[in-house]
Design a protein around this ligand. Structure first.
Ligand code: SF4
Length: 652
């Protein structure tokens, strides 16, 4: 089916009445899409009229006057208010009572038809890993509704942009892309012009602007409302009206939807375990775009991990806006919990919100996830520094398949700035946490986020940030100049008073410091006697004759395409290492022992020695620690089992 063009005449659009769309909303539950379902608690986007804002909007701009919009949101009047509102009466005061039978309401008349019917969609993803995972959920919903993924935008009936709102330039990219898509629509014949949908973080904040603008956006949908997309498409397709659903949900986790993986050939996968954020950092728009924290039930997570293991996935990254604030209060989570890991990182951390007791915490979840398949690596992102209790660190140190990599967004090294940012910790508390992480998880790779030029940041504050970075020497960092976001606390109450050139100069300062520190750290790892255990990801982009992979710490490692020994054990003597018989080729998805030979601030070069497994590599590290060190090499960092974790008694 080729979707109808949205380029109908003004008069066609103006003739649409508002009331039937209120009816469409009340009936939306009856048109639930079928998705790949795994057992577990289903969570619903709340379509309850009493908690929603349903409005038709008569845009004020000249161009947008052609369109009527239908917006479902969390704030504002109820459905009843909508039905009674004077604006509706004014809009169509002489309209007799609406005939709400299915035949007379275009949306309802689609009931029973297979939505989609082979129409093609194309998705462009911007922003973070959460958006990538959201796209995989979107694809599952669309495929189940009868749509088909297009290989290319040019053949698509619908183009989705999954957007990021974290910084101004992220939004600018989307506006530019919408201008290009508008040209595509204007060039196309009426029956070929694609519908354009803007999804994700820009939706809630900018729904009006997106629909009012002359960008010809047909559909706007927030991160908690993806289940409604087939319905929104049918409304937009049938009526030629702009339609938005930006409802934020208290419980939507998409737990029952099996994501369709964007890169099915990859041996790595992402798995969302919680959504939303309660922290309300003063600079951050995420709590407004993605709503409050809610965690997915442990059973559905474990089931998806098992499925990924069965598919041969070698590395799973657990995802969440505050992934280590996970707290499952479902029946399963509560019945299994033993209360481990509910403490904050240290006494210097606090929360802006009242913390709740009970439920299964991240430490227990990670324990159970890591036991599903000892040969599957587990990573997690993005955590908050406040939720690293010692039990979590000991668990990471003791479990070979939990990667020794921790992202700890500091944002600033100045206690005054951190306070204005409402981060809930001081510089001292953060540094104390770094010390305890590095002592409990030796060899751990630390990464961080930093913002330069936040409201009121002085040169002294900036010096504090540079000093913290020099002390910690992060292995990886994401650094940005501050970009004001509405409707954050900072936008409403603080002055964005650091000049742009100063923000950028400070950004350059910290980038330099980061590279120097990271280079020190990575070079210190070159030539470790155990080498690095690397998951082979593919060919190097720069040199197709070489392989590239990720080490346990998340480092990129580039190495030659040599035949290697079949195991570390078979390479443990110099004679074995020089043997040519019995060598095997390197394959995608292998774990390979790499002896590193050099490093920059971002990657290693090395030589592949042997195919290995996580358990063999861990055994080899332990063996080296007992004194059997190969000549010419230093002892590798390794970890020992902690009594605290041994006493947890969960999942084993
Ligand atoms: S913790 Fe702070 S920075 Fe992170 S998503 Fe929440 S509000 Fe934003």
């Amino acid at each position: 089916m080729r979707l109808q063009s949205s380029l109908l005449s003004t008069s066609t659009r103006a003739s649409k009445r508002a009331i039937p769309w209120a009816v469409a909303l009340t009936n939306s539950r009856t048109l639930a899409t079928t998705t790949n379902v795994i057992p577990g608690k289903s969570s619903n986007t709340d379509f309850s009229p009493s908690s929603s804002d349903v409005k038709t909007k008569a845009p004020s701009t000249k161009v947008a006057q052609k369109k009527q919009h239908l917006i479902f949101g969390n704030r504002g009047p109820s459905l009843q208010d909508f039905l009674n509102s004077s604006s509706i009466k004014a809009h169509d005061s002489n309209t007799p009572k609406a005939d709400v039978s299915a035949e007379n309401v275009p949306y309802l008349s689609m009931q029973g038809r297979k939505l989609g019917e082979g129409a093609k969609y194309f998705v462009e993803v911007y922003g973070c890993q959460m958006n990538v995972n959201d796209t995989e959920i979107l694809m599952s919903i669309m495929n189940s509704a009868g749509y088909v993924k297009a290989a290319d935008q040019s053949e698509a009936d619908i183009v989705f942009l999954v957007t990021c709102a974290i910084r101004e330039n992220a939004e600018s990219r989307i506006w530019n892309r919408l201008t290009e898509l508008k040209r595509v629509k204007l060039r196309a014949t009426k029956d070929k012009a694609p519908l354009v949908g803007v999804l994700g973080c820009m939706a809630e904040r900018l729904k009006d602007k997106l629909l009012d603008s002359d960008k010809m956006v047909d559909l706007v949908c927030g991160p908690d409302a993806y289940r409604s997309i087939p319905h929104l498409l049918s409304i937009s397709e049938t009526t030629q009206q702009g339609v938005a659903n930006v409802m934020l949900s208290a419980d939507e986790t998409y737990a029952d939807i099996v994501p369709v993986r964007i890169a099915p050939e990859s041996f790595s996968a992402h798995l969302s375990i919680m959504r939303g954020c309660n922290n309300m950092c003063s600079f951050c728009v995420v709590p407004f775009t993605r709503g409050n924290e809610r965690s997915r039930a442990v059973d559905s997570i474990l089931q998806e991990v098992r499925q990924l293991s069965d598919q041969g996935i070698k590395e799973v990254t657990l995802l969440g806006q505050n992934v280590n604030s996970y707290r499952d209060t479902s029946e399963d989570g509560v019945s299994m919990t033993i209360g481990v890991g509910s403490e904050l990182s240290n006494a210097g951390f606090k929360t802006i919100y009242k913390r709740k007791d009970g439920g299964m915490r991240f430490t227990e979840l990670l324990d159970r996830v890591s036991l599903v398949d000892p040969e599957m690596r587990i990573r997690f992102t993005s955590p908050h520094p406040k939720d690293f209790p010692e039990a979590l660190l000991h668990l990471m140190a003791s479990r070979p398949n939990i990667c020794s990599q921790i992202h700890m967004p500091a944002q600033s090294g100045s206690t005054e700035v951190l306070s204005r940012m409402r981060r809930g910790y001081s510089r001292e508390a953060y540094l104390e946490l770094v010390d305890s992480i590095r002592s409990i998880v030796p060899g751990v790779a630390l990464s961080s986020d930093f913002i330069t030029g936040f409201c009121g940041e002085t040169e002294t504050d900036h010096e504090d940030t540079m000093d913290l970075m020099r002390r910690v020497e992060f292995e990886m960092a994401y650094m940005f100049a501050y970009s004001l976001r509405t409707p954050t606390h900072a936008a409403r109450r603080l002055q964005d008073d650091v000049p742009e050139d100063v923000k950028l100069r400070r950004l350059q300062d910290i980038i330099k410091i980061f590279h120097k520190g990271a280079e020190n750290r990575l070079r210190a790892r070159v030539g470790l006697s155990a080498g690095e255990c690397v998951l082979v990801e593919g060919r190097s982009k720069r040199d197709k004759s070489r392989w590239v992979g990720r080490a346990d710490g998340g480092y990129k490692v580039v190495f030659d395409d040599d035949l290697i020994l079949p195991s570390i054990e078979s390479s443990s003597t110099p004679a074995a290492q020089s043997r040519t018989a019995g060598r095997v080729p390197i394959k995608l998805g292998d774990y390979v022992q790499i002896m590193t030979t050099s490093a920059t601030s971002t990657s290693f070069q090395g030589k592949a020695v042997a195919r290995t497994t996580l358990s063999e590599f861990s055994w080899y590290q332990a063996k080296l620690l007992t004194g059997h060190v190969l000549p010419g090499y230093r002892v590798a960092s390794t970890s020992v089992a902690s009594p605290l974790v041994a006493n947890m008694g969960v999942g084993s």
